[in-house]
Design a protein around this ligand. Structure first.
Ligand code: GRF
Length: 193
């Protein structure tokens, strides 16, 4: 079975790219059939260049958050995904969205959860002064940056690290962990179904 993957992005989309490559190489038993974003971003452009269907559900053009939630759910549902992958998506998913894809939404986060949830995880870890941070890929539940952890890997903080240099090393780990986590979830649901 080849699973249908939909990826949610807000930024450069490098995690999405690693996932597309892993699907095409056969290391993930899936295909990225759609990419949705809440804003215009490089990730959306890359997806379109790769010949993947895209949807821009621009948060700023909605007056009402609930309407935006509905629009995002409608776009993503139309692709009938087996797995939804939040890869640098900078919006909290509505409970109605999470409920539509139970145990089928994966998120990648640039810290060792439950430490440093939120939008500034790399900066927060640096400012706290921890010596080790990392990357976490987990299933999404109703809490922010929370849910069963699929994979996690530590990244050491080096003297002189900036938010940018540290984030680059964390992203390199995410690029490995995210496809691997998707493979695990797809194979698990394949053997159940
Ligand atoms: C990743 O580190 C992700 O965990 C965080 O934002 C970054 C997105 O990078 N939420 P990219 O858009 O995949 O390059």
């Amino acid at each position: 079975m080849v699973g249908k993957l939909v990826v949610l992005v807000s930024g450069s989309g490098s995690n999405m790219e690693s996932l597309i490559a892993a699907c095409r190489s056969g290391s993930v038993p899936g295909e990225v059939v759609g990419v949705a974003a809440d804003r215009k971003c490089r990730g959306l452009e890359v997806a379109a260049d790769e010949g993947i269907e895209t949807a821009l559900v621009e948060f700023s053009s909605f007056d009402d958050r609930t309407e935006w939630d509905r629009a995002l759910l409608a776009e993503v549902s139309a692709w009938q995904p087996d797995l939804v992958v939040s890869a640098g998506f900078m919006r909290i998913l509505a409970p109605s969205f999470v409920d539509a894809f139970p145990d089928r939404i994966v998120n990648t986060h640039p810290a060792l959860l439950p430490s440093f949830p939120g939008a500034h995880a790399v900066r927060d870890a640096l400012e706290f002064g921890v010596k080790v941070t990392g990357a976490t890929v987990h299933l999404v539940d109703h809490e922010v940056d929370h849910g069963p952890i699929l994979l996690q890997e530590a990244v050491a903080i080096e003297d002189g690290d900036t938010e940018e240099s540290l984030h680059e090393r964390i992203k390199a780990v995410e690029h490995r962990l995210l496809p691997e986590a998707c493979r695990i979830v797809l194979e698990r649901s394949g053997s159940e179904g």
